[in-house]
Design a protein around this ligand. Structure first.
Ligand code: SF4
Length: 237
């Protein structure tokens, strides 16, 4: 039997509630919140271009930042919103890139790669994904997840994601960082030991293969669950 292939979002859904995984990832009910998708896409594209240039040792001047953003911008259909949204998102990108330009130019930080493919094979499955940014800062390897903003519905999502990504570099004990772009705030995550993360992954793959999808049925979780409308076992309250 071929190994099960999952992305971090599937594992996250399963740990939140196995029934959520069944409904969202196996049956296709929408699981992730999609409102800020356009803003996230624009910023991801702009930052990917920026980090590729920095990995190549290029200087990125303010004028160049404007051109990068022009290329990356996902324009909304509503033209009335466009100007306001452009200014807001360009401001977020420009603040980020302007601050980091100094770090890179002074060689306090170095980009190693952006959108780095990631795989972790454990037991009967493979976890795959792409790491937003891998860099060296103050002589230490750093894995960075770039998020538009903190999502109150899934506050632990980035930390779990970084724990998974750290498996690709576990011998180097990387620093794990989430950068919330809208708030321009960095948060360091202290993940669990790689052995514990690997063991949990192997169990998760095994449980999914065995089709174990019990419902958590807890009001505190069901309230936050994006597929509750499709779940016959949801708890009320
Ligand atoms: S509504 Fe509750 S029981 Fe149903 S999938 Fe979501 S968390 Fe699980």
């Amino acid at each position: 039997m071929p190994p099960l292939h999952l992305q971090h979002s599937g594992v996250y859904d399963y740990h939140f509630c196995p029934r959520r995984y069944l409904l969202a990832d196996a049956c296709g009910f929408a699981s992730q919140v999609i409102a800020p998708v356009r803003a996230g896409q624009t910023l991801h594209r702009a930052l990917e271009i920026y980090h590729r240039l920095k990995a190549d040792g290029e200087q990125v001047t303010p004028e160049r930042r404007e051109r990068i953003f022009e290329r990356a911008w996902v324009r909304p259909r509503d033209t009335k919103k466009a100007k306001r949204e452009y200014e807001q998102l360009f401001g977020v990108f420009d603040t980020f890139a302007g601050e980091w330009e100094g770090e890179y130019e002074n060689r306090r930080a170095r980009v190693i790669g952006t959108e780095q493919p990631f795989y972790a094979a454990e037991g009967s499955g493979v976890l795959a994904g792409k790491i937003d940014l891998v860099r060296e800062r103050d002589e230490r390897l750093e894995i960075v997840e770039l998020k538009f903003h903190q999502n109150p519905m899934m506050p632990d999502y980035p930390s779990k994601q970084l724990e998974h990504y750290s498996l690709a570099y576990s011998d180097e004990h990387p620093r794990l960082v989430v950068h919330y772009l809208k708030e321009n705030k960095m948060q360091e995550i202290h993940g669990r030991e790689p052995g514990a993360v690997r063991e949990e992954l192997a169990h998760t793959f095994e449980d999914i293969r065995a089709r174990r999808f019990p419902a958590q049925n807890k009001p505190a979780l069901c309230r936050l669950c994006p597929v509750r409308f499709a779940c016959a076992q949801r708890a009320s309250g």
